[in-house]
Ligand binder design. Sequence first.
Ligand code: HXC
Length: 508
Amino acid sequence: MKDIIEKLDLRRDNAKLGGGKARIEAQHKRGKLTARERIELLLDKGSFEEFDMFVEHRSNEFGMEKQKIPGDGVVTGWGTVNGRTVFLFSKDFTVFGGSLSEAHAQKIIKVQDMALKARAPIIGLFDAGGARIQEGVAALGGYGEVFKRNVISSGVIPQISVIMGPCAGGDVYSPAMTDFIFMVRDTSYMFVTGPDVVKTVTNEVVTAEELGGASVHTTKSSVADGAFENDVECLLQMRRLIDFLPASFDAGVPQWPTLDDPDRIDNSLDTLIPDNPNKPYDMKELILKVVDEGDFFEISPSFAKNIVTGFGRVAGRSVGFVANQPMVLAGVLDSDASRKAARFVRFCDAFNIPIVTFVDVPGFLPGTAQEYGGLIKHGAKLLFAYSQATVPLVTVITRKAFGGAYDVMASKHVGGDLNYAWPTAQIAVMGAKGAVEIIFRGGDADTIAARTKEYEERFLSPFVAAERGYIDDVIMPHSTRKRIARALAMLRTKKVEMPPKKHDNLPL
Ligand code: HXC
């Protein structure tokens, strides 16, 4: 028995070495952790249960029959994050560059299927060069199976992709179909094809960082939802994110203990809005003062900063926040902001996370750049997302709610359950000056000034909307957290039936 146990230990130790000491050292020299070190950091200590440690590829091409490494470039299994089950696969770059063979794909498929069956989130840690070139179509077929499962699981269990090295081909397309992508700065890249292929095909000379580094994907392409300084920070932040997420669409949001009183009053909010309506203020201050213990996990903080999206908690339960940000472009809705918020709203709705919307929006951004870029379709995505959401929707208008953007931002008309306004709210078709210049075109300066004042007094307040019941109440800014907490508690049992259909036709 002793011999047998020793042999097992030996096989395990051998498998744990992956591509060998030299490649592990090279991995460390690049500032990256190994696949197993990453798992240790992501999961609760000692909770990892590994599957398929001894799986090997079955390829005999290009001398591959002589290069068999147990595990075949991916470590798979499950464990817990703060006691809650998660499934994961972690690509091992030290083994054939983490590339995907048929056997490697089978390992990923197994955890995907298991995660779906067990209704628990799945996290992929990517550090890999795409399809195993020596395997050809067997690898492509493997990716297809992985992609299909990404889609089947979409909206059932949360799927998170963490990009922790150079990733190409299928190792970017699978993440692209998951709910969130996060990257590590300076060591991770995402591209369909790398700089060498780019040079050959288009003659364009570009570095990996310029083509698909974290800064490109978090600020320009919006492919990634966030980036972190190194592997350790990234994995610790993933633990934080998982704490906000339900295990599945019907599991309900997690409830964490909190010492933060839901009825907490914050008097500083009474002076958040500047006297001058054109002066910006930081909407994140409001979010941080409303959520439990100031704990807010922002999604896509570096892209379309004119809208803020992210997770917080109220009374210990997760809430998705969507908020116009007056500090950037006056909080206007443009194509990027609409797309960013629409995707976030749809995630929250799919997983039954209530949404709180803070509104201060001067309208949609005018101009050819926006129109040529499809603002109508992108704006419609957000309108569509809110209109189809059946989760509790609580909206607070802090200042401007102008034009179509008023309708879009979770207004009563598209499904807002409780719509509040601060006394500083201005709900109108447009700002006073613009409105008067249209109605009294050609009027002299005195007329314009007098009429502008009249328009301001009549329309730039929350009361016209409140008179019609479009606003349920005009609330004191200092009581915002309390009112939201009470609203969310009341809405916990909300039930809305939509007419049966195959699926909707979101404007893509
Ligand atoms: C087999 C691979 C591999 C691959 C890397 N390796 N990619 N082996 N198949 N796809 C191996 C290398 O031979 C090397 O082995 C080791 O991994 C490390 O690779 P390096 O090139 O030395 O590392 P680095 O310089 O950091 O470059 C990483 C890389 C690059 C950017 C990922 O390796 C690369 O461009 N690989 C090919 C990417 C690609 O085109 N993949 C196919 C995409 S098509 P040794 O033994 O030297 O350590 C695809 C199909 C699905 O994925 C499409 C779905 C839509």
